[in-house]
Design a protein around this ligand. Structure first.
Ligand SMILES: CC(C)(COP(=O)(O)OP(=O)(O)OC[C@H]1O[C@@H](n2cnc3c(N)ncnc32)[C@H](O)[C@@H]1OP(=O)(O)O)[C@@H](O)C(=O)NCCC(=O)NCCS
Length: 205
């Protein structure tokens, strides 16, 4: 049975590998920036307390991860752009095409301004481990981590054409707030109130 634990910066390699494997460039603006930037992002976000990452593992192998942050507007600047050394490492470490694409996506989609809200940022389960409850295990770990930080509501943004992820989120108390377009894809902005009573199951038959 897989178990979950809070990740440390030493887990950044395994998490970055899973990020690159599970979150293609149309899902994450980070992926096209390259594996080096993605690894640095996780290592520094965890080390600097800008985010919490929980990993699911079995027999010492990381099968999945979830990243949450108390403030999505602060996450990327704190993890990657905190001082001149960071900025130089980011500009020279990022794949230039990926960087250009991320910037264009942000400005053409109207998502360049980010609200200061707690967010579930990324969730990924290795393809071989899907459909066995690892995603659900990670959602419970994410909820426990939010509650431990005194956070009662959070948001996330998910591609409308990602039925497994949308189903997982709807079954864990998230509701769709609005739909918007980004880089030619429809996205849902979803919200969860961790203090809300669980939704009643639909009547059978
Ligand atoms: C979305 C994702 C995290 C779900 O992880 P998972 O470990 O497969 O999730 P679970 O096994 O807990 O399943 C969640 C639900 O989706 C269903 N599901 C998951 N994979 C499925 C598959 N391949 N076929 C059919 N149903 C599937 C499950 O049956 C379950 O529904 P249920 O609770 O009614 O049984 C995983 O598919 C993934 O990593 N996808 C790629 C990355 C991604 O899109 N992340 C979200 C954006 S950040």
């Amino acid at each position: 049975m897989p178990t979950t634990r809070t990740a440390t910066p030493a887990d950044a390699n395994a998490i970055a590998r899973l990020h690159m494997e599970t979150l293609p460039g149309d899902v994450s603006d980070f992926t096209p920036l390259g594996a080096g930037i993605v690894r640095r992002f996780y290592a520094q976000a965890i080390a600097r307390g800008a985010a919490t990452v929980c990993v699911a593992e079995e027999n010492g192998q990381v099968l999945g991860f979830v990243m949450i942050t108390p403030d999505i507007a602060e996450l990327f600047p704190r993890a990657l752009l905190s001082g001149m050394g960071d900025i130089v490492a980011f500009v020279f470490g990022a794949n230039p095409m990926g960087l250009a694409k991320a910037v264009i996506n942000k400005f053409t989609s109207g998502t360049a301004t980010v609200s200061r809200v707690p967010e579930l940022v990324y969730l990924g389960v290795s393809a071989a481990a899907r459909g066995k409850g690892v995603g659900a295990l990670l959602m419970r770990a994410a909820h426990d981590a939010f509650k431990a930080q005194g956070i009662a509501t959070y948001e996330l943004n998910e591609h409308a054409d990602n039925p497994h992820a949308v189903k997982l989120y709807l079954s864990h108390g998230l509701t769709i707030q609005r739909r918007y377009e980004k880089a030619g894809h429809g996205l849902y902005n979803m919200r969860c109130d961790l203090n809300a009573p669980p939704a009643e199951a639909p009547p059978k038959g």
